[in-house]
Design a protein around this ligand. Structure first.
Ligand code: CAA
Length: 378
């Protein structure tokens, strides 16, 4: 199977590669020190990258889904931090409003998100509910023309920096997953308290915060979809989000592979390049094969999504395989670089630290296997 990309998609790839090289590469070190790449996001907004698959009538670039996935793939090859910020902003920060919002909500929020004026985030996970997302405890009670939200959320990517948050809370705890509702909450809303920014192993320039909802007053018109439809909104958007994380994983793996091939060709031991030593040559061959397989799974899921064909199984397979590949290939890259790979002089240790989270967020690898096996057996 040969992947085929349209001229428009090839142009997107080239544009993002150039942007990543000239604009992102020079600020990697600052992001590694913890700086959030606000200026980069502003430039991405000007280039239309903050709303790639969003229809033009809602202020987006109106491009296809594969172009969006190409952008995350290429951005993540240089910076997985920028890759995840864009993926969360688009697939779980903006899309829920585009797909489930009423016309007024869409007109009000989507153009601002698609232009990059607003940044989006997604608040599902809680201290006691990660993989078992339906067991969330945050409550929303309708009082007059406001919902009053109480609870806490953790590991919120883009939290604190984002302007708009899709927040999940139970309006009817007795109904379990069918009692969960989704709300659009703006930063600055009374009782919406941004807490601690996690000190993470990788993705150092991205924000991952705790959020407390303390009698948080959300206007009733900010209910997204109907009461009780929140769980389907969450999972439906995560299906798409997982393709984005697969693209991020592939970017990391491909970068680790390319750096390894280059290094192994230039590093001589026992009078020849280490790439000519079978131990390293075979390693590179395995790394390249996994990267290629990830690419096929990723772009297959993306093309199904683009055609509107249900792709929950393929999205989970792509995320499962590509995130494992990112971890394996970045681990092997450090081995190829030897002692140098363990230092911050080379980027492979950063790829290794950034790769691990891809096996955890937007559904752990164990959850992806649950989803895939359910498709196979039901
Ligand atoms: N799309 C739409 N609806 C879906 C769905 C999907 N993909 N999967 C399930 N549903 C529906 C089901 O049809 C069912 O509804 P009906 O009863 O009407 O048929 C309902 O949801 C409940 O389904 P299940 O009984 O299968 O749900 P469950 O409680 O067993 O959980 C799960 C299923 C797959 C394990 C789910 O809880 C899950 O995906 N967990 C992982 C959570 C996750 O991915 N968190 C990521 C947080 S966000 C993040 O990480 C972003 C970031 O910062 C990068």
């Amino acid at each position: 199977m040969k992947l085929h990309f349209t001229d428009e998609q090839n142009m997107m790839r080239k544009m993002v590669q150039d942007f990543a090289k000239t604009e992102i590469e020079p600020v990697i070190e600052k992001m590694e020190q913890g700086e959030f790449p606000r200026a980069i996001l502003d430039k991405m907004g000007q280039l239309g990258l903050m709303g790639i698959p969003i229809p033009e009538e809602y202020g987006g670039a109106g491009m296809d889904f594969t172009s969006y996935i190409i952008a995350i793939h290429e951005l993540s090859k240089v910076s997985a931090t920028v890759g995840v910020i864009l993926s969360v902003h688009t697939s779980v920060g903006t899309n829920p409003i585009l797909y489930y919002g009423n016309e007024q909500q869409k007109q009000h929020y989507v153009p601002k998100l698609a232009s990059g004026e607003y940044l989006g985030a997604f608040c599902l996970t809680e201290p006691g509910s990660g993989s078992d997302a339906a067991s969330l405890k945050t409550r929303a009670v309708l009082k007059g023309n406001h919902y009053v939200l109480n609870g806490s959320k953790v590991f919120i990517t883009n939290g604190g920096e984002a302007d708009v948050y899709i927040v999940f809370a139970s309006t009817s705890p007795a109904a379990g997953s069918k009692g969960i509702s989704a709300f659009i909450v703006e930063k600055g809303t009374k009782g919406f308290i941004i807490g601690k920014d996690e000190h993470k192993m990788g993705l150092s320039g991205s924000r991952t915060v705790q959020i407390t909802l303390e009698d948080c007053l959300v206007p009733a018109e900010n209910l997204l979809g109907e009461e009780g439809h929140g769980f389907k909104i969450a999972l439906g958007n995560l299906d798409v989000g997982r393709i984005g994380i697969a693209a991020q994983s592939l970017g990391i793996a491909e970068a680790a592979l390319e750096k390894s091939v280059e290094y192994a060709a230039g590093r001589h031991q026992f009078c020849k390049p280490i790439s000519a030593q079978q131990g390293i040559g075979f390693k590179l061959a395995d790394m390249a094969t996994s990267v290629e397989a990830s690419k096929l799974l990723l772009y297959q899921a993306a093309s199904l999504r683009q055609k509107g064909i249900p792709c929950g199984k393929e999205a989970s397979m792509a995320k499962l395989f590509a995130s494992r590949t990112a971890m394996d290939v970045s681990t092997e890259a450090i081995q190829v670089f030897g002692g140098y790979g363990y230092t911050k002089e080379y980027p492979v240790e950063r790829y290794f630290r950034d790769a691990k989270i891809c096996e955890i967020y937007e559904g752990t690898s164990e959850i992806q296997r649950m989803v895939i096996s359910k498709y196979l057996t039901s």
